[in-house]
Design a binder for this molecule. Structure first.
Ligand code: NAP
Ligand code: GDD
Length: 325
């Protein structure tokens, strides 16, 4: 039974990846940082099958100890300060966690057991002010936020440890992926949750920023399968994972409100507070390499994703779901 070690196991992707690996018969170790309350909402349904170990991306010794104690075969580094807007307000913390945190993970692996296979959660946000359309593995990076800059560092340090120390270290350049478990501050979940609240008469407006931004949105449950496939390859490499379709925030909001038979124009208010100092206007990827080499394919389309998110938020608000899992 192989052992997988997941950082960020309490996050959206960590919860889907833990499910996938448990289903495959892995022993799953979840690395969690200390907090004053338990935040296991997304993994409550599989919590008893995960072994937890305390460590923090900001503290390398804690990571070394956690790896020594649990002896994993594969490490999936999903932990990060992942919200772009927050990275403008907390650029140093974002750099410490999302950039240097990757070095701490890689260094801990190098010290404890260099045969451990490593996955780094890189991001389409690295393409930023895009140099070509669609974006692929060879597209140059031009990040537009402290988060994007930190992810570029994390990406290149992963490549560097692969080249310098021969680590089996791969980087998944994942485009936006969403689910009913998405954090409430990200635009898709903010919209699905607000559409559900408004439909149930518990809110009467939704304040958003740039409605014209375009993203290549997929379903998180489909994307964690690509992470696992990367670590099963003989050689480490970098892969773009995306749908190859782009939609605007306006299209997402329109579809979400239509799902509850409402017109978004009656409820959406554009609010300057949600605009960013620098924006990523358009993301659309080309995942040919992941499809050809990994045999990866996405299963969920855009319309189904929006419908699932709105339906799940209605069920949550009506008390039919205790938590989104
Ligand atoms: P998420 O829901 O925000 O989860 C982030 C996770 O990181 C949480 O479990 C959080 O723990 C943990 N974390 C934050 N700071 C930490 C620290 N100092 N030490 C240990 N753990 C820490 O993010 P996600 O959407 O699942 O994304 C997973 C990864 O993929 C992230 O690296 C993200 O940047 C990257 N990514 C995401 C997307 C996307 O569209 N979702 C696309 C490309 C790349 P707490 O629960 O304790 O806060
Ligand atoms: N969050 C948010 N809130 N975004 C808004 C809003 C709003 O009220 N109104 C418009 N937007 C626009 C943002 O300006 C951005 O262009 C787009 O919606 C998507 O924003 P987010 O959902 O916050 O995601 P993101 O694209 O910035 O970042 C996500 O995807 C990256 C991959 O490209 C995060 O998951 C990152 O961690 C991930 O790396």
């Amino acid at each position: 039974m192989p052992t997988a070690f997941i950082t960020g196991v309490t996050g959206q992707d960590g919860s889907y990846l833990a499910e996938l690996l448990l289903d495959k018969g892995y022993r799953v170790i979840g690395m969690v940082r200390r907090s004053s309350t338990v935040n296991f909402e997304r993994i409550a349904h599989v919590q008893d099958r995960i072994e937890f170990v305390n460590a923090d991306l900001l503290d390398e010794v804690s990571i070394i100890e956690a790896l020594r104690e649990t002896e994993p075969d594969e490490v999936y580094n999903l932990a990060a300060q992942s919200f772009v807007q927050t990275s403008f307000g907390q650029p140093v913390l974002t750099g410490e966690t999302t950039a240097l945190g990757v070095t701490r993970m890689l260094d801990a692996i190098r010290i404890v057991d260099p045969s451990i296979r490593f996955y780094q959660a890189s991001s389409s946000e690295m393409f930023g002010k895009v140099a070509e359309v669609p974006q692929r593995e060879s597209t140059p990076f031009h990040p537009r936020s402290p988060y994007g800059v930190a992810k570029v560092y994390g990406h290149w340090i992963t490549v560097n440890y692969r080249e310098s120390y021969g680590l089996h270290a791969s980087s998944g350049i994942l485009f936006n992926h969403e689910s009913p478990r998405r954090g409430l501050e990200f635009v898709t979940r903010k919209i699905s949750h607000a559409a559900a609240k408004i439909a149930l008469g518990r809110a009467d407006e939704l304040r958003l920023g740039n409605l014209d931004a375009q993203r290549d949105w997929g379903f998180a449950g489909d994307y964690v399968d690509a992470m696992w496939r990367m670590l099963q390859q003989d050689s480490p490499d970098d892969y773009v994972v995306c749908t190859g379709e782009s939609h605007s925030v306006r299209e997402f909001v329109d579809l979400a409100f239509k799902r509850v038979n409402l017109d978004y124009d009656d409820y959406v208010v554009v609010d300057e507070r949600f605009f960013r100092p620098a924006e990523v206007d358009l993301l659309i990827g080309d995942s040919t390499k992941a499809e050809d080499v990994l045999g990866w394919q996405r299963r969920t389309g855009f319309d189904a994703l929006v419908a699932d998110m709105v339906d799940a938020d209605i069920a949550l608000l009506e008390g039919k779901l205790r938590a989104i899992s």
